[in-house]
Write a protein that binds this ligand. Structure first.
Ligand code: ADP
Ligand code: MG
Length: 785
């Protein structure tokens, strides 16, 4: 499958002056690790970044984010925006809107999704304004409502904007049509034609307008095709056909809109969870303000039973909080002072004072929604294939229609006595026009994917795109990171051994000082134990450096120290002679052993233990029964610790003492052996291997921004039992997608065949089309449960 790629040349602001060579290399390699990025080069002289990427896999937002992580800033005027397309009701209109928006000068990429009723646009705001983009979309008969950002509250988009008329006009016009046709049935000839013509007009007017706009954007969409067919039927005086086509089309549209609304609601539901106002306490007084105006560090009062309005930290109070909107786990969790809480979650029985740690637009819930929007704009491979098919199919069938209308009558006109067939051939051609719409086919995949992504998000799993949903089901091997994934990632210091006569508490203080700058789960154990033994005394730490997968080093009170694995010491040329026996003895119990050394020799050993996750064994067993044949533990820790954890969770395979690049190599090996493989980790120090796997899964992503961004699939909670659910969901959606494609393709082919040979009445052509669209949508809705 040839992926669509596009190239961008973007201005950059690099960290320290334009000639920072190191960060240029770092930026390039970071970007090349982003899935979907085919190539990246940075010209430091002109401070420009050149990236080639597949917009169906990587987004500009993701690239920007990666740059930010390195410390570079995109100085581009490139904006990305998701726009709700309200009242979008014809499947391939999404495609014509996408086409029209893409044609605008300044728009780099646009991806519309009918199933989500959204378009995601990346554009250069110097060349084109968001307002222009919205106006272009609105030319196709929808209301374009940007989500978030300056135009979010356009009048048309306010909730009150969906007036009674707007909501009911379809049913009203359908009722009027039905009434008119019923009267026409009992009315004699000349008046009957008047009534039917009126019916046609009532029903066809909106379609005709939209069809005309599509034609102007050089797209032959369903509206245009339908209008041509209706005009054709009217032109030959077949008013019953014209009126019934229009009425059926409206009925189909109405039913389809209802079904689509259910699909879309599965995600919009999340959005409504976040309260719009917060009760803020500033300077001793309390007031209600819109959440957008909350500042970081504001204190908010949350009453019992209310939804929490911000991501924050509890200052006062303790309560059982239902975090289902984020983690999908509906059993409330007890939280108290110091714990973090998320916007949109439900407070239990006590009042809480919460300190805001993020702005409203950056809350975990907001990010989840934003990522879902992006995921929906991206096309899964199956859909790309169908879109390509649809692009050939429609012109082909339209051309056939023209031939059918012209050739046989022409041939007949040479043979005397054949005059009567002209009308029949013409009606066959009109039926073909209607059948030329690939509607059911183009929605067959996205409705399933959107429903599945929505379903997963309600269970606390964020899937970043249809591709990953597909790959998940095909996955044959799954690799687990150890710390934080198969274990809780909460180490306890079990033993400290001072080697050169210093006191235990002194070496502990030094190690804790170095670790105070580290984000590794091991670091917390040192700090905790040090706090317990040495209290608040702090040593001066300078020049901290983290060596991922090995350890860390820093200058403490003027002397350089390193803390890390035995492997780290060896790789830094430090001899462990004389202590290897003691290291092995400590490791024998399955502990993680950390060595503290000064610049010449080891001065202390620490043994730390972690706890395996309880749910892991059951999940691994279940995954095995789902056909994930190869499951293995990969870790940078020592072999004995690896073996102990592997055994306790029921894994028979493990590889230990791996450096991050060795983990990466192992991932590649497994890929060569098994095809699609998954890797699951905490996303903190295993980003390269997560990115290399076909599906990178991150656990406990809520609240850790980097983790949530790097993953292909983010499990918000840290419950491994979500994995079997996701695999089943993925397989079910593949099955439903296959059914949908097969069914809509088969009906299309049968209809085309019948239309060319025996002829198909226009109403049947319409029913075939809208009916199948409806059926594939309903079929996809099964994924909600
Ligand atoms: P895992 O594969 O379990 O996620 P890592 O790759 O994060 O483990 O680390 C591998 C090993 O490197 C750890 O078991 C530990 O020995 C050492 N290490 C890494 N970071 C640190 C640190 N900050 N302090 C001490 N040791 C560390
Ligand atoms: Mg790790």
């Amino acid at each position: 499958m040839s992926a669509s790629t596009h190239s961008l040349d973007l201005p950059l602001i690099l960290p320290s002056g334009p000639d920072c060579e190191r960060c240029v290399t770092r930026l390039r390699s970071a970007l090349e690790h982003v899935r979907g990025v085919a190539g990246a080069s940075v010209d430091s002289a002109t401070a420009r970044l050149h990236v080639t990427f597949d917009p169906n896999l990587a987004t500009l937002a993701r690239i920007e984010q990666e740059a930010k992580r390195i410390g570079a800033e995109m100085a581009a005027q490139i904006d990305h925006q998701t726009i709700d397309l309200r009242d979008l009701d014809c499947p391939d209109c999404a495609a014509s809107i996408e086409k029209a928006v893409t044609r605008l000068n300044g728009v780099l990429w646009a991806g519309a999704n009918f199933a989500a009723a959204q378009i995601h646009v990346e554009y250069d705001r110097k060349l084109v304004s968001l307002r222009d983009i919205c106006r272009t979309a609105e030319g196709h008969g929808v209301r374009a409502c940007p989500i978030g950002g300056p135009l979010a509250n356009r009048e048309d988009c306010a909730d009150t904007g969906s007036s009674w008329w707007r909501e009911n006009r379809r049913s009203i016009s359908l009722a009027v049509m039905a009434g008119l046709m019923a009267i026409a049935w009992f009315t004699p000839a000349p008046a009957r034609i008047g009534l039917l013509a009126l019916t046609t007009l009532v029903g066809a007017l909106p379609t005709a307008l939209a069809g005309f706009r599509a034609l102007r954007a050089r797209a032959l969409d369903m509206n245009a095709l339908m209008t041509l067919a209706v005009v054709g039927a009217a032109a030959v005086g077949d008013w019953w056909e014209a009126a019934s086509v229009v009425a059926l089309f409206s009925l189909g549209g109405l039913l389809q809109a209802g079904a689509m609304e259910r699909t879309r609601r599965s995600i919009r539901g999340l959005m409504d969870l976040s309260p719009r106002t917060a009760r803020v306490i500033r300077g001793g007084t309390m007031s209600d303000i819109p959440v957008e105006r909350l500042l970081v560090d504001d204190t908010v009062l949350v009453k019992p039973g209310e939804r929490i309005p911000v991501d924050g930290e509890i200052l006062q109070g303790g309560s059982a909080i239902n975090e289902a909107p984020i983690t999908g786990e509906s059993v409330p969790r007890d939280k108290s002072a110091g714990d973090e809480v998320f916007a949109g979650t439900l407070n239990g029985a006590a009042a809480l004072h919460v300190r805001a740690v993020r702005a409203a637009k950056d809350t975990t819930l907001a990010r989840i929604l934003h990522r879902i929007e992006e995921a929906q704009a991206q096309r899964a491979p199956a859909q790309q294939l169908i879109d390509r098919f649809a692009r050939i199919y429609t012109p082909l069938v339209v051309a056939t229609a023209v031939l059918v209308a012209v050739i046989p009558p022409l041939a007949a006109s040479f043979t005397v006595g054949f005059a009567g067939s002209w009308h029949a051939w013409f009606m066959k051609a009109l039926a073909l026009l209607i059948i030329a719409c690939p509607c059911a086919l183009v929605i067959s995949t996205p409705v399933a994917i959107v429903t599945a992504i929505g379903s997963a998000s309600r269970r606390g799993a964020l899937i970043k795109g249809g591709v990953f949903l597909e790959e998940l089901g095909r996955m044959k091997a799954l690799l687990y990171d150890k710390t934080g994934t198969l274990t809780l990632g909460r180490f306890r210091l079990e033993e400290a051994v001072a080697l050169d006569g210093r006191s235990e508490s002194h070496v502990l203080a030094i190690a804790a000082a170095v670790e105070s700058h580290s984000e590794h789960p091991l670091a917390a154990a040192f700090e905790e134990e040090n706090h317990a033994r040495n209290g608040h005394r702090h040593l001066k730490v300078e020049q901290f450096e983290s060596l991922t997968g090995l350890g860390a080093r820093a200058v403490v009170e003027g002397i350089e120290y390193s803390v890390g694995s035995a492997k780290m010491m060896e790789s830094r040329g430090l001899s462990l002679e004389g202590v290897t026996d003691r290291i092995e003895a400590l490791e024998a119990g399955g502990a993680t052993v950390v060595v503290l050394a000064d610049s010449t020799r080891p001065i202390a050993l620490f043994a730390l233990a972690d706890t395996p996750r309880e749910a892991a064994a059951a999940a691994i067993e279940e995954l095995r029964s789902l056909g994930i044949a190869h499951q293995a533990l990969v870790t940078g820790d020592n072999p004995r610790a690896a073996a102990r954890v592997a055994e306790s969770v029921g894994l028979t395979e493990w590889v230990a003492s791996l450096l991050p690049e060795e983990k990466l190599a192992y991932v590649r090996d497994m890929q060569a052996k098994f095809g699609a493989i998954g890797m699951i980790g905490d996303g903190i120090n295993d980003a390269p291997s997560l990115a290399a796997a076909n599906v990178g899964i991150v656990m406990g992503a809520a609240g850790t921004d980097v983790a949530m961004e790097t993953a292909d699939i983010a499990l918000m909670g840290d419950d491994l039992s979500r994995l079997p659910f996701l695999i089943r969901l993925s397989r079910r959606s593949s099955r439903i997608i296959r059914q949908n494609i097969g069914f809509s393709l088969a009906t299309k082919l049968v209809l085309v065949g019948a239309a060319v040979t025996v002829g198909v009445p226009l109403w049947l052509a319409v029913a075939g089309d809208t009916g199948v669209s409806l059926l594939v949508t309903l079929n996809a809705l099964r994924l909600r449960f």
